[in-house]
Design a protein around this ligand. Structure first.
Ligand code: OFO
Length: 166
């Protein structure tokens, strides 16, 4: 049985994963509408992954005798000035999610809920990978500069990454 404090913190995390899915979906839409189909593909896949993260928490809460709440979500930002600003936002979003996962782990340890702590280790590792991927993409974008022809190559490249990850 989940303690109330842990259940509330898990539901708050569930809402953040759902929000991440929405944010990446809006980013995918911007990319697709602006002709960056490879980037859009990558972001659609990322959005789906965040939904899976949300569902994993959802089932865990219910399986442990809690009640998973479907969150109300604010409309995400829908416009970006460039691919680079989009990925900068994506990295800051991931950093915030990592901080929130760490706080959640802290709550589980305070409450001596070692089962949930164990369950959350998957998220701790996932965040390391996602932050590192976002940093690699941003480094690439820094190297490429803003030249549209190079953005075309970047877009083709990231599509390959999306296909390999899918
Ligand atoms: Fe859910 O992994 Fe990113 O945020």
């Amino acid at each position: 049985m989940l303690k109330e404090k842990v259940e509330a913190a898990l539901n708050a995390q569930l809402a953040k994963e759902a929000m991440a899915s929405q944010v990446y979906l809006a980013m995918a839409s911007w990319a697709e509408a602006n002709g960056y189909n490879g980037t859009a593909k990558f972001l659609f896949v990322h959005s789906d992954e965040e939904r899976q993260h949300m569902l994993k928490l959802f089932h865990y809460i219910n399986d442990r005798g809690g009640h998973a709440a479907v969150p109300a979500l604010a409309a995400p930002k829908s416009d970006y000035s460039s691919i680079k600003t989009l990925f900068k936002d994506l990295l800051s979003h991931e950093i915030k999610v990592s901080e929130s996962i760490n706080e959640l782990v802290g709550i589980c340890l305070e409450e001596k809920d070692f089962t949930t702590n164990n369950f959350l280790q998957w998220y701790v590792n996932e965040q390391i990978e996602e932050e590192s991927l976002a940093r690699t993409i941003l480094d690439k974008l820094e190297l490429l500069g803003d030249d549209p022809a190079r953005m075309y190559l970047f877009d083709r490249d990231i599509q390959t990454m999306a296909q390999a990850g899918a």
